[in-house]
Design a protein around this ligand. Structure first.
Ligand SMILES: Nc1ncnc2c1ncn2[C@@H]1O[C@H](COP(=O)(O)OP(=O)(O)OP(=O)(O)O)[C@@H](O)[C@H]1O
Ligand SMILES: [Mg+2]
Length: 388
């Protein structure tokens, strides 16, 4: 980690925090607030009233399917789009009507957008030149930025002579060298192969931890989001479905969309009925028995539409002689997908296919296609989602 870049960014932030303590402002440098953000393109509502508070120094991810409005939200924060309605604040200041170059944000695109006719060093120092930074300081900061992305000594290389992963690191260096309060990243790893992308995910997270700069990261890849983020906002159709820390979203999804978008799950949809201290969930032909203790029963009126989600890793295949679980089926293994340390089974139980993930070990029996078995879950191991 280059000391001067880290020190200057860190010092800057600490200085700001002191002001925050003094009460000059309540919001840290690099915090971002969106209030009722809306963006229309003709008849298309790309962003449909988003409220978000992103903390200073946070790794925050906008996650959602193609066309849900992630890029548009990011471009509004950067000042590259003018919102139709709503307010954007950065570090406590209203920037809604401020030009992009006065917001102290920086953006990294999926397609890198490097200048092909310039060298690596010229690409990185371009933004500094625009800001009239002296030549000697530019050289120092370019060197630091290259060290940060582990490409020291590459300043004279042609951009065309770089691999995809190297180009993406240079794009990162170019964005970080101007010391932004907020770094906006739009699917920066999407065009890289899986293993390179996974390596850069870790590096990106380390850089963010080191610098303490707010990262707002856009992706449609749930694994990327789960690996890197402090908090995630799951977006759907221009709106935020749920926002929270990674584990909260995974373990307590508030909608079936979130449950299905973030990881694999088994979803049982139906109507809730109360019976002798239990809740019965009628879904299709199946009755799912829930102990009331397992659910927030106040949220469930009789006959309420709801869904129950159980993650594949919470499903159980009891061995012979082992205790059965609360909800059981018999079925046939339709597919056994080997995933290294785990195996994912798809089990046909007649009305549906259940997904079951088992940790591999010497004591765990392995099944193959066509095997008959019992499968189930305990009511405590799933989550009730009340349908709106
Ligand atoms: N300049 C534009 N003119 C018209 N419609 C637009 C424009 N930009 C985006 N849209 C529309 O707004 C919606 C949201 O687009 P956006 O690019 O924000 O989605 P996204 O979540 O980034 O999707 P992806 O994952 O495919 O990049 C889409 O329906 C898109 O077609
Ligand atoms: Mg996009």
């Amino acid at each position: 980690m280059p000391r001067s870049l880290r020190q200057s960014v860190r010092a800057d932030h600490q200085y700001y925090y002191l002001f925050a303590i003094e009460g000059v402002t309540m919001e840290g440098k690099g915090s971002v607030r969106l209030e009722g953000l809306r963006k229309e393109f003709g008849d298309v509502v790309a962003v449909d009233g988003i409220d978000l508070e992103i903390n200073a120094g946070e790794f925050f991810t906008l996650l959602g399917p193609s066309g849900c409005g992630k890029t548009t939200t990011l471009r509004c924060i950067a000042g590259l789009e003018t919102p139709t309605a709503g307010r954007i604040s950065i570090s406590g200041d209203d920037v809604t009507h401020l030009r992009a170059n006065n917001r102290n944000t920086s953006i990294v695109f999926q397609e890198w957008a490097l200048f092909p006719h310039m060298s690596v060093g010229e690409n990185i120092s371009f933004g500094l030149e625009m800001n009239d930074v002296t030549k000697s300081e530019r050289e120092e900061r370019v060197k630091d930025a290259l060290e940060l992305v582990e490409l020291s000594g590459y300043q004279d290389r042609k951009v065309s002579a770089l691999s995809g992963g190297q180009k993406q690191r240079i794009a990162m260096a170019r964005s970080l060298v101007i010391e932004p309060d907020v770094l906006l990243l739009d699917e920066p790893l999407a065009s890289l192969d899986r293993s390179l992308s996974e390596r850069l995910q870790v590096e990106l997270k380390n850089i963010q931890d080191d610098l303490g700069v707010t990262f707002i990261y856009v992706t449609h890849d749930q694994e990327e989001a789960l690996t890197m983020s402090d908090r995630i906002a799951v977006m759907n159709d221009g709106k935020v479905e749920q926002v929270g820390p990674v584990t909260e979203l995974y373990e307590h999804p508030k909608s079936t969309f979130v449950a299905e978008f973030l990881g694999e799950t088994n979803l049982f949809e139906g109507t809730a009925h109360r019976e002798n201290g239990h809740i019965k969930l009628d879904c299709d032909e199946i009755n799912v028995e829930l102990n009331t203790g397992a659910v927030d029963s106040d949220r469930l009126a009789d006959n309420a539409s709801c869904a129950f989600t159980v993650r594949p890793e919470s499903m159980i295949i009891p061995e012979e002689g082992e205790e059965e679980c609360d909800n059981m089926w018999t079925g046939t293994v339709q597919d056994a997908i080997y995933k290294g340390s785990t195996t994912l089974y798809e089990i046909d139980v007649g009305d549906r296919i259940l997904k079951v993930q088992q940790q591999r070990s010497n004591s765990v029996r392995m099944y193959s296609e066509g095997d008959q078995l019992s499968v189930g879950f305990n009511s405590n191991d799933g989550e009730v989602i009340r349908e709106p």
